[in-house]
Design a protein around this ligand. Structure first.
Ligand code: GAL
Ligand code: CA
Length: 342
């Protein structure tokens, strides 16, 4: 009887101890809730960057850190995006990662973040500096847009200079070109367009603009615009500069459908270095692109989010003006495209 009672007591003590233990462990495990808000749901580059982010956050999970990343989007409407952020704050969020719809209208999101004391990492769609300066817990992860324009212009200039008479198909001493622009007001559309053209000119190439068209980063829209240009100008276009790869691929598609053979097509350049563009370079339908380092930008966002959450020092980061974490663009053409195909 006595023995049984002692054994029972021991078991009881063990149960209490183990459950106590478990409790202490779960208290040690923290959960980082990251709210990611994209400007739209269907942007190829943004979605590629976001999946890398997701994978990197998963890899950073450990026994004492659980990471929950939730992804929502603003359906291309700044007010809808503000509402999404509002809901995220209500549901509980430790770090906000924001890809603005309208990069000139971040005030509502900034106010929500400040009220809730939630640090914000903006990415890809760059707020103006005055807005970023409004609060010390805001950062921007991105690239120098002007640099991508410069590299694109240089890629095209180098090719054209190799054999000017071949690319100046009508022999008038000028290169007739079409510009396919991203969205009006986007820093990448404005600066890529400017710097690409200015670099070509600085390289001594005389240009004649045939058409400027906005195609909102979209392959389908670019194909449509290019189809109209082809029906108006036939195969007289000598160069197509697109603010991103998707639009360059749309232009290629328009030439395919118009049944214009490769040797009668213009030189075509994009920006981003996504898989479809890299294979187009391999095929020879796209002459070059500019690599938009999604891996590094995702890594910067993830590292920064975790360090901000933990309250770690940011002294190892190369943060410019206390706000900007920037990546380098890289030149891609047939000579090095294999380095980018993994
Ligand atoms: C650019 C990118 C485009 C598009 C845009 C969205 O950096 O080159 O393809 O994703 O961002 O903001
Ligand atoms: Ca010409």
């Amino acid at each position: 009887m006595k023995k049984k009672a002692i054994a029972l007591l021991l078991i009881l003590i063990m149960i209490i101890q183990t459950s106590g233990c478990e409790k202490a462990e779960s208290e040690k495990t923290k959960t980082l809730r990251v709210g990611v808000v994209l400007y739209a749901s269907d942007d190829k580059f943004i979605n590629a960057l976001t999946s890398i982010m997701k994978e990197l956050f998963q890899r950073r999970e450990s026994e004492d850190l659980k990471i929950v990343m939730s992804v929502k989007n603003g359906a291309n409407d700044q007010r809808a995006e503000n509402d999404v952020v509002d809901e995220m704050m209500d549901a509980g969020c430790d770090i906000l990662v924001v890809n603005l719809v309208d990069r000139t209208a971040p005030s509502k999101i900034i106010n929500l973040a400040r009220e809730n004391n939630v640090p914000v990492i903006f990415f890809n769609r760059e707020p103006v500096k005055e807005d970023l300066m409004q609060w010390d817990k805001m950062y921007y992860v991105g690239c120098d847009s002007a640099q991508s324009g410069e590299i694109q212009g240089k890629l095209a200039a180098d090719m054209i200079k190799q054999d000017f008479s071949k690319y100046d198909k009508n022999g008038d001493g000028k290169i007739q070109y079409v510009m396919l622009e991203g969205e009006a007001g986007h820093q990448d559309a404005i600066l890529r367009t400017d710097y690409s053209v200015e670099t070509l000119k600085a390289e001594g190439i005389k240009l004649e603009k045939i058409s400027y068209q906005f195609a909102d980063w979209s392959r389908a829209q670019a194909e449509n615009k290019m189809q109209q240009i082809i029906s108006k100008y036939g195969d007289t276009v000598e160069l197509v500069l697109a603010n991103n790869d998707e639009m360059a691929l749309g232009a290629i598609e328009a030439y395919e459908k118009a049944d214009i053979s490769l040797d009668r097509r213009p030189l075509i350049y994009g920006i981003d270095g996504l898989d479809d563009a890299l294979s187009a370079i391999k095929k020879g339908t796209l002459q070059g692109t500019v690599y938009n380092d999604k891996e590094e930008q995702a890594r910067n966002i993830v590292n920064l989010a975790i360090d901000l959450y933990k309250g770690n020092s940011l002294s190892s980061y190369n943060i410019q003006d206390g706000k900007y974490l920037m990546s380098e663009y890289q030149r891609v053409d047939i000579s090095n495209v294999d380095d980018f195909i993994n």
